[in-house]
Design a protein around this ligand. Structure first.
Ligand SMILES: Nc1ncnc2c1ncn2[C@@H]1O[C@H](COP(=O)(O)OP(=O)(O)O)[C@@H](O)[C@H]1O
Ligand SMILES: [Mg+2]
Length: 262
């Protein structure tokens, strides 16, 4: 098991955000965490990357108990994160932003830089452009690219499709698949449950700080409760007919689906 989260409780002051979450991610998998706003998805990722402390429970990564390891050491251990809201440094160039992703590593990072540029040709074209002037989709690519600079064993992605037009959403999901094909394990948080479930191997459903379901992702696509709560009936149908949504400038259903994510 690459990542094992056991019964974690996390608080913001007195408010319990996670009330005993357990989850596992195996080497090579794409695992998705779905759930409504406020369910605890972001908190789960932040706790894995060390940005939030545990109240109780345990996190084991790559055979090592990291429950109390500081965040920068977790990056070196192989946990990469692309945060919610992307966190681009707006005044730095694209390349400077990417290099920030490797700041904790010693030695030459040109190989990683080339790999990121190969994965995101768009970023290679825009090396010298200020991060803050990139479009939403480009900034998302930059955030993912920056996380990849640390050569993570697992990549934590928090709502990578948020606020993006349907065509770009498609592109981001394809990139996630490619990153996984290249050997990186992925833990993906999404409100865009339909597409997340289509690319993931397994999924967990979070509700108010608890895991209420875990299953192979495909099974959840057909699960009546999940369909009703997270796939929004015909919205889900519209999203699965991705060809139409892709080409149409503003396919009504797809647009609505996009707004829901924000
Ligand atoms: N900085 C914070 N201060 C206080 N409460 C927070 C903070 N961040 C999140 N919470 C609360 O923790 C719970 C889980 O939030 P979050 O992990 O952001 O959910 P999600 O990412 O699934 O939308 C929510 O009830 C939210 O209001
Ligand atoms: Mg969130």
């Amino acid at each position: 098991m690459l990542l094992e989260i056991s019964d974690i409780h996390v608080h913001y002051g007195k408010i319990a955000a996670l009330k005993g979450v357990s989850a596992e991610v195996e080497q090579g998998e794409i695992v998705t965490l779905i759930g409504a706003n406020g369910a605890g998805k972001t908190t789960t990722l932040k706790t894995i990357s060390g940005l939030r402390p545990l109240s109780s429970g345990r996190i084991v990564f790559d055979g090592q108990d990291i429950s109390r390891m500081p965040g920068h050491k977790r990056v070196l251990a192989g946990i990469g994160q692309s945060p919610e809201g992307r966190g681009i440094f707006p005044g730095m160039t694209v390349e400077e932003n990417l290099l920030m992703g490797a700041y904790a590593r010693k030695g030459d990072v040109s190989k990683e830089l080339n790999e990121v540029y190969e994965l995101f040709p768009r970023l290679a074209e825009r090396k010298s452009q200020a991060g803050g002037t990139m479009s939403g989709g480009e900034q998302q690519m930059l955030a993912i690219g920056r996380a990849m600079m640390a050569k993570p064993k697992v990549l934590l992605l928090d709502e990578p499709s948020m606020g993006l037009a349907p065509k770009l959403v498609q592109q981001i999901f394809e990139i996630i698949l490619e990153i996984n094909r290249r050997g990186c394990t992925v833990l993906l948080v999404e409100q865009n449950a339909q597409q997340a479930l289509q690319i993931a191997h397994r999924a967990y459903v979070l509700e108010t700080g608890r895991v209420v379901k875990s299953a192979p992702a495909r099974d959840l696509l057909d699960d009546p409760e999940v369909r009703a709560a997270y796939l929004g009936g015909d919205l889900g149908e519209a999203a699965s007919q991705s060809d139409a949504a892709d080409d149409a400038p503003a396919a009504d259903d797809a647009e609505t689906g996009d707004v829901r994510k924000g």
